[in-house]
Design a binder for this molecule. Structure first.
Ligand code: 8GP
Length: 829
């Protein structure tokens, strides 16, 4: 009865001694309790890793409190919610980020030091959660942090891969991939929700049925697996709001498989069931294309189906009329990977809820928004019809229905322009008939976003031109951003303290525009001194890491020049390496006296190559071969060093970025959709050497051309240059360097030939040769600026001061207002 329930609640309230306390003594007590009862070690003997585990659980308890309060608050207020659907999240480590967002960093450090532990040492014990490949995945993580901090009623949905992105091991200069079985030692940052499970169906047939005189379709599935929720609380900074990242794991289903047990062999049946788990076992390590893989398609549908069941359940808890769905729900498609959500929503509305087709389609088109993260044609997903037909037969029918609806509408508007109709069609005819997921996503979303202004323009004028001409109002731009909580506060505590001191407030951590206030002191000599000191501390940390990983001792007076990102031909790591070889060659050929004028450089490259991407792997090998030569050349000494940092990931980036003087973002114009690394470097006062591509175009507007080193062809020049092909005048130095590689100067002569082929004559698709001269000029300008440390420091301060526009807080604010139509819902303290 209700009376019993009230009494029970009162009793529970009495038993609770209030919220967990955050003073050092309470924290110590909680840490020790977790050592004893969670980690099951003795309070009197536990090592750093066990201390990390205990501390994490102690923080997790605090997260859970806030998370519960937030969820209850959202439920009570019932605002419109946004659901962020992404197959990839690169969360990295959680400990430091959590305690900073909870506002208890100092208390934790105090508590630990009295127990004889150092916070930084424990933080290093944590492995990275690497459930993603690169830019897109790290962006999702930054956006989750902003959604929480800005109090938006948001949920992230994704997959809980057992194997994250592979570990990169370098043997003899070659990349090898090793599995990242990251859950081996448990994961304190997730909460398994054994009662939050949904069945997900695959295969089977579609049949027709009649009920109340109406025909409808029934999907009779051939396989069923269970999706189990794992919740990762995401705390906001300076707010109690703590939102949910819900990741699904696949488990064998207990329903509907009695048959197998009755007819077949018991052992066989269990083994078959066990295979269900493979659906969420591994992240595809390719950041370009996943075409035609059944497991990949299964992953996509598995995560979409579970998420939608969860979202609809939440909606129905309080609402009956599905026509209100668009008032309460916004679904964000992070690239096309979750695009099966479109036919799935249609299937639920039409087949299960029995809404009419038009009514269902109307609802569908009001809830979806779509963001694309690429301009590369090979990254636009296509699903072979055969595959879809066998795995999701009903969805294929629905997609065909959507397409005929689409084609009808198009014919009405453009007539029988068959070329255009076939370009725009969701179904691609051809050798392999397939479904174009981008076309489906654009047609069925109310908004299509690019991730930088240039990218958005390219979508409108090239990639999706036909669609833009038809529905210009759908197309928007949301320039990416990164979270200053992780990329300054967590990763660069000294700079964080310095900024707060000079601005006289910590408010910039929530209100990034305040960083502009630093402009006023850009020439202040005492700020310069402190700024340089902070930069030195960070360079020391990086130098120690380099020594530990490669054995190389580097001088702190040298310029630290960094390029870290996935290895890709369009990102042009090869241009960087060719530039380094050229620098080496110049120093070798210099008179001894002239060498004194050379600005010493430590060139640092890091990044993973997709396991099947041969050219990317050759670039990694070339980097090592060149490093071997240069670093051991006594003529060169400290003037030039090249280091490849193995196994680049989020936590490595957190250490490298604050220590960089110069960073390179040198993609061929028109290929990098946005780039977010550049924003992290910018925030940390590192100067950029860049092409006008992706978001650098907007960075130029914020900090001015004088504060960076720009070079290279502009986007409108690229096509003409490509047409010129082998008639382009390529500098002699470029040809000379390629020749050195071809002639075996760095060994592995045969192995490097095909790599050299890609940059010569009309093969040079990414225009390394054409851009080389201006690249060298930009490099020379960087050297010149570095000699004048006063000027350099001023540029560095102005970089940080001008980085505010590139906070993910701004991106999320824009999405909330212009795309999702949601408002903050702040949980009371
Ligand atoms: C990346 C873009 O390459 C990068 O320019 C952008 O900053 C980032 O997304 C965030 O918007 N794209 C991807 O990571 C990507 O397309 N990955 C999918 C193919 C897996």
């Amino acid at each position: 009865s209700s009376l019993d329930r009230t009494a029970k609640a009162e009793r529970m309230f009495e038993l609770m001694d209030g919220f967990l306390k955050n003073d050092p003594v309470s924290l110590q007590k909680d840490i020790l309790d977790h050592v004893e009862y969670t980690v099951a070690r003795s309070r009197f003997s536990f090592d750093d890793f066990e201390a990390y585990q205990a501390l994490s659980h102690c923080i997790r308890d605090r997260l859970i409190e806030r998370w519960h309060d937030t969820q209850i608050h959202f439920k009570r207020k019932d605002p419109k919610r946004v659901y962020f659907l992404s197959l990839e999240y690169l969360m990295g480590r959680s400990l430091s980020n959590s305690i900073i967002n909870l506002g208890i960093r100092d208390q934790c450090a105090d508590a630990l030091s009295q127990l004889g532990f150092e916070f930084e040492v424990l933080a290093e014990q944590e492995g990275d959660a690497a459930l993603g490949n690169g830019g897109l995945a790290r962006l999702s993580a930054c956006q989750m942090d902003s959604l929480a901090t800005m109090d938006f009623p948001a949920w992230g949905y994704g997959l809980r891969y057992q194997y994250g992105l592979f570990r990169q091991v370098i043997l003899d200069g070659f990349q090898h991939e090793q599995p990242d079985y990251w859950l081996n030692f448990g994961n304190p940052w997730e909460i398994e929700r054994v009662h939050v499970t949904y069945p997900v169906k695959f295969y089977g047939t579609v049949e027709e049925d009649i009920s109340n005189g109406e025909k409808y379709k029934v999907w009779i599935p051939g396989e069923m697996v269970e999706a189990v929720a794992y919740d990762n609380p995401i705390p906001g900074y300076g707010t109690r709001n703590t939102i949910t990242l819900r990741l699904w794991a696949a488990k064998p289903s207990n329903q509907h498989d009695m048959e197998a047990y009755n007819t077949g062999d018991y052992i066989d049946a269990v083994v078959t069931r066990q295979r269900a788990e493979t659906i969420s076992s591994i992240l595809y390590p390719d950041d370009r294309s996943h075409q035609g893989k059944e497991l990949r398609l299964k992953q996509q549908y598995f995560f979409v189906s579970a998420s939608l069941q969860d979202i609809i359940r939440r909606f129905k808890d309080g609402h009956k009329d599905l026509n209100q769905f668009p008032d309460k729900v916004a679904l964000q498609l992070n690239d096309t990977h979750p695009a099966l959500a479109i036919p799935e929503v249609m299937r639920i509305l039409v087949d299960e809820e029995r809404l009419g087709w038009n009514e269902a389609f109307d609802i569908t088109c009001k809830i979806f928004s779509f963001t694309t993260h690429t301009v590369l044609a090979e990254a636009l997903e296509k699903i072979p019809v055969d595959l879809l037909e066998s795995l999701l037969p009903r969805h294929l029918q629905i997609i065909y229905d959507i397409n005929s609806h689409f084609m009808e509408e198009l014919k009405r508007r453009i007539g029988l322009d068959y070329n255009r109709l076939s370009r725009m069609s969701i179904v691609e005819e051809g050798a392999v008939k397939s479904i174009r997921m981008a076309n489906l996503s654009i047609f069925c979303s109310h908004t299509v976003n690019g991730v930088s202004r240039l990218h958005s323009e390219l979508l409108q004028t090239r990639v999706f031109k036909d669609f833009y001409e038809m529905w210009p109002e759908k197309f928007q731009c949301k320039t990416n951003g990164v979270t200053q909580r992780r990329w300054i506060v967590v990763s660069n505590p000294s700079l964080c303290a310095l900024i707060s001191k000079w601005l006289g407030t910590e408010s910039w951590i929530r209100d990034i525009d305040l960083l502009m206030g630093l402009r006023e002191y850009a020439a202040d000599i005492s700020l310069h001194q402190e700024w340089q000191m902070v930069r030195k501390i960070n360079k020391m940390r990086l130098a120690e890491y380099i020594e530990a990983t490669s054995g190389l001792k580097v001088s702190l007076d040298a310029m630290f020049d960094v390029q870290i990102k996935r290895i890709h031909e369009y990102k042009r790591q090869l241009l960087n390496i060719i530039g380094i070889i050229h620098r080496y060659d110049c120093i070798k050929n210099m008179a001894k006296d002239d060498r004194k004028k050379v600005v010493p450089r430590i060139c640092i490259i890091g990044g993973k190559a997709a396991p099947g991407y041969e050219m990317a792997k050759k670039i990694i090998k070339l980097c090592h071969a060149v490093a071997e030569k240069i670093n051991n050349d006594s003529d060169i000494g400290d003037l030039l060093k090249l280091v490849f940092i193995p196994d680049y990931n989020v936590s490595v980036a957190e250490m490298i970025i604050p220590g960089a003087d110069l960073s390179q973002h040198i993609s061929t114009a028109g290929h990098e959709a946005s780039g977010t690394g550049c924003m992290k470097f910018l925030m940390n006062g590192c100067l950029l050497l860049a092409t006008a591509d992706g978001s650098t175009v907007e960075i130029i507007e914020e900090i001015g051309e004088d504060n960076m080193f720009l070079f290279g062809a502009k986007v409108h020049e690229v096509a003409t240059l490509r047409e010129k092909g082998s008639t382009i005048k390529v500098p002699l130095q470029f040809a000379r360097v390629v020749r050195m590689v071809r002639d075996g100067y760095f060994g592995f002569q045969d192995y490097f030939q095909s790599l050299c082929d890609t940059v010569e004559g009309s093969n040079d698709y990414y225009l390394l040769g054409a851009d080389f001269e201006s690249y060298l000029e930009a490099q020379a300008a960087a050297d010149k600026a570095f000699v004048d440390q006063k000027k350099w420091t001023q540029m560095s301060i102005l970089s940080t001061a001008g980085s505010g526009r590139f906070s993910s807080d701004r991106t999320i604010q824009d999405y909330a207002e212009q795309t999702w139509g949601i408002e903050p819902c702040r949980c009371p303290l």
